[in-house]
Structures are given as structure tokens and as C-alpha cells.
Write a protein that binds this ligand. Structure first.
Ligand SMILES: Nc1ncnc2c1ncn2[C@@H]1O[C@H](COP(=O)(O)OP(=O)(O)O)[C@@H](O)[C@H]1O
Ligand SMILES: [Mg+2]
Length: 368
């Protein structure tokens, strides 16, 4: 018997990730409807949007009633808000996967259980606990909120004992984690998709450059067979354990030729944006395929890509589009300092040419 076709996708949150998912769905005949607070949000500009709180029970119910499957642009929706829907609609990725990824401590516990190395860390709930953690793990270290941190928000780097009280003044509240600050040689990530039947595909390793906790640019493929095998093994363990359906990413630090897991994202990921032009099937399309029970597409890279984030403002598109093979993405957001408002991707047949084009393009971009 042919299974029911899933073609109406309800997306919780209408940020740029949701917008790029919806856009990837159209050619496949998949229609998205969003739930978001803002009627001008990036997703609302490209698909119908229910306006209101992301955890509003009535609106979530309406979103579910109008969809065949629910998925997420914003991964911080609580399991409690989703629970009433779980009998009536497929929720992909599953709520349990979201819940683990919402808490840095639970995420690290999952990695450890799956024998994936993590940064040495301690839970911190009060000032005495922070002192103990710094004594145990030393300096420098990073104090992070366990929940709701993104783009380096909710983090403070401690250089020495003199910073302990300042860090506590800034972030002090129960629900923190103190981590050793790792001197990594680089940051890489792996993005992959798992289908309901358990098929897993993954993109080549991507090398990521951050500043101030925010991703500036990514380069892919990052060619290192050993690290790529390892990243794949780790990603597979996590996706299988969570009975995951959809696209997910894991961020790693490379330390002494080993991978140390930093965090996971239970969704499409900024370091996978290059796949729109740089792979046979983009991460957004593969997410839509996975959650709608369609065959996963090829993750093969079609060249050597670089993706640069536009932060705070959009660079002049006329100037950028004059660069050969450059793809420009404007998310339709109001400019604001530090905000991700768009990105561009360049692709070249050879890695060395990609690196040259990346350097030239970076000169035209001002992060504010
Ligand atoms: N323990 C650490 N050691 C070194 N750098 C870190 C550490 N934790 C975070 N960072 C830096 O800050 C960036 C953002 O931190 P991350 O934990 O990924 O939080 P976010 O959820 O904001 O992305 C990382 O990509 C990395 O560059
Ligand atoms: Mg991160």
C-alpha cells in the first residue's frame, strides 16, 4: 500500500532557516505554513504565516491541523508545548531530540554516553560552584548558559580568578556550564540528514571561522579523510540514538588531530548554507525530503565553496554580483548590529581559486 503523501509542512518559527526550507520545498510541490510572532519575518515573506507566540497552544494546534508534518526553524520550543500534538501529527525531528539539544549539559551527556569526546566541563548553579569549577578546570574557561544561547550570546570568557565575580555578575543564575577554553587548530562541522527508515547521508566536512562567537565564513569541502570519517561516525551515532528525522549538524573543535564535540543543532545549520549552490541537493531540500518521507538527495559537492555571512548590514549587491559565480542571499530582515541578515556563496572548480575569490570577496564585506 502506498503511504500517505506528506506535502504540507508546518514550520515553527519563520526566520531565515525556515524561509530557505520553504523555498527549497516549492519545486518539489511541498507547501509550507509558518507560525511566528512577526508578520514581516523572513519566512512570512515567502509563505503563509500564522501570527502569534511559538508556544501558543491554539496556534500550534491550528498549524498542526493545516499541515501533514511539523518541523522547526527555532529549536527551543518546549517538549511540553509539543506534547498535545504528538498523537495527531508527525513531529520531525522528534521533540525528544529538540529537548536534548536545548540544554548544553544534556547535549554533552548524550555525546559522552555515545563515546564522543567533549570539552571538559562542570555544571554551575551558584558562585561557589563557579569557583569550584574554575579550580578544577583552570583558566581560561567559558561560562555559558545551558539554554537559549546562540551566536555567542549567553557566554563569558574567564581569563583568570579576577574574572569570576564579573562573570557571575553578568550571567549569574542557576543553569550554567563552565567549560575549559580549548586552543583548537580549527572549527569544523558536519551536516547530515536521516530518513524515517534510518538512511543517513552527510555533506563533506566544513571549516568554520568565528569571531566574537558568531560564524563569519565557512569553507567546504574541508579535505581531511580521517576527520571526516570520525565526524561521520559521530553524527551517525547521534542521529540513530535520537531516532532522528531531518537535517542536523554537529560543531567540533579540532585539537591535536582529534575532534571534540562542541554542540549540535537539531536543524539545518549556518555552516550548511553553501550546499544551496555547492552540493547536488541542498541541506534545506534534504530536510524537506527527509521529513516528507521522500528519498534523500545526493550530498555530493559540485565544486569548492565558500559561504560568507552578512552581519548587521547587507553589502552592496551590485558590487558583489559582479564577482563571477557569486550567489547572493538577502533574508529580508531589518539591519541591526550583529544580526545575520544574509549571506553569499562563491564556488570554484579548484580549492586554490576558491580561496582567492574568498579573500577578494571578504575585502568587500563589512561586519557591523
Ligand atoms: N570551550 C570553548 N573553547 C574555545 N572556544 C569556544 C569554546 N566554546 C565556545 N567557543 C567559541 O565560541 C563559539 C560559539 O560557541 P558555541 O558553544 O558554539 O555557542 P553558540 O550556541 O552561540 O553557537 C564557538 O564556535 C567557538 O568559536
Ligand atoms: Mg555554535
Amino acid at each position: 500500500m502506498k503511504s500517505r503523501e506528506l506535502s504540507r509542512v508546518g514550520i515553527v518559527g519563520a526566520g531565515q532557516l525556515g524561509r530557505m526550507m520553504a523555498l527549497a520545498g516549492y519545486p518539489l510541490g511541498l507547501h509550507s505554513v509558518f507560525l511566528d510572532r512577526g508578520k514581516d519575518s523572513p519566512g512570512a515573506q515567502v509563505a503563509e504565516t500564522l501570527i502569534g507566540g511559538l508556544e501558543d497552544p491554539e496556534l500550534l494546534g491550528e498549524l498542526a491541523a493545516r499541515s501533514d508534518v511539523l518541523t522547526f526553524d527555532w529549536e527551543n520550543i518546549s517538549g511540553k508545548a509539543l506534547a498535545p500534538l504528538s498523537g495527531s501529527i508527525a513531529i520531525r525531528p522528534p521533540a525528544a531530540a529538540l529537548e536534548i539539544a536545548q540544554d548544553r549539559l544534556h547535549e554533552k551527556a548524550l555525546f559522552t554516553r555515545l563515546k564522543i569526546p567533549v570539552t571538559p566541563h562542570r555544571a554551575v548553579d551558584d558562585l561557589a560552584g563557579l569557583r569550584d569549577a574554575t579550580r578544577l578546570l583552570g583558566f581560561p574557561g567559558v561560562l555559558k548558559t545551558r539554554r537559549l544561547g546562540y551566536d555567542g550570546k549567553g557566554q563569558f570568557v574567564l581569563r583568570g580568578a579576577a574574572d569570576v565575580e564579573l562573570a557571575w555578575d553578568l550571567l549569574g543564575a542557576p543553569g550554567l556550564v563552565y567549560e575549559k577554553f580549548l586552543r583548537f587548530s580549527r572549527e569544523v562541522s558536519i551536516v547530515g540528514a536521516r530518513s524515517q527508515e534510518g538512511r543517513i547521508v552527510s555533506y563533506p566536512l566544513t571549516a568554520n571561522t568565528h569571531a566574537g562567537g558568531v560564524l563569519r565564513y565557512s569553507v567546504a569541502p574541508y579535505v581531511n579523510a580521517k576527520l571526516e570519517r570520525l565526524a561521520n561516525t559521530y553524527l551517525r551515532r547521534v542521529l540513530k540514538e535520537l531516532a532522528y528525522v531531518g537535517v542536523a549538524a554537529i560543531e567540533f573543535f579540532v585539537v591535536g588531530g582529534r575532534l571534540i564535540a562542541n554542540e549540535m543543532a537539531p536543524r539545518v545549520h549556518n555552516s550548511g548554507h553553501w550546499t544551496i549552490e555547492g552540493a547536488v541537493t541542498s541541506q534545506f531540500e534534504n530536510h524537506m525530503r527527509a521529513i516528507c518521507d521522500l528519498p534523500l538527495g545526493s550530498t555530493r559537492p559540485t565544486g569548492h565553496s565558500a559561504m560568507i555571512n552578512f552581519l548587521g548590514n547587507l553589502p552592496d549587491r551590485r558590487r558583489l554580483l559582479a564577482i563571477e559565480g557569486l550567489a547572493y542571499h538577502d533574508y529580508g530582515k531589518e539591519p541591526r548590529a550583529g544580526r545575520k541578515v544574509g549571506h553569499c556563496t562563491i564556488q570554484r572548480a579548484r580549492a586554490a581559486d576558491r580561496d582567492k575569490a574568498l579573500a577578494a570577496t571578504l575585502k568587500l564585506i563589512e561586519w557591523t
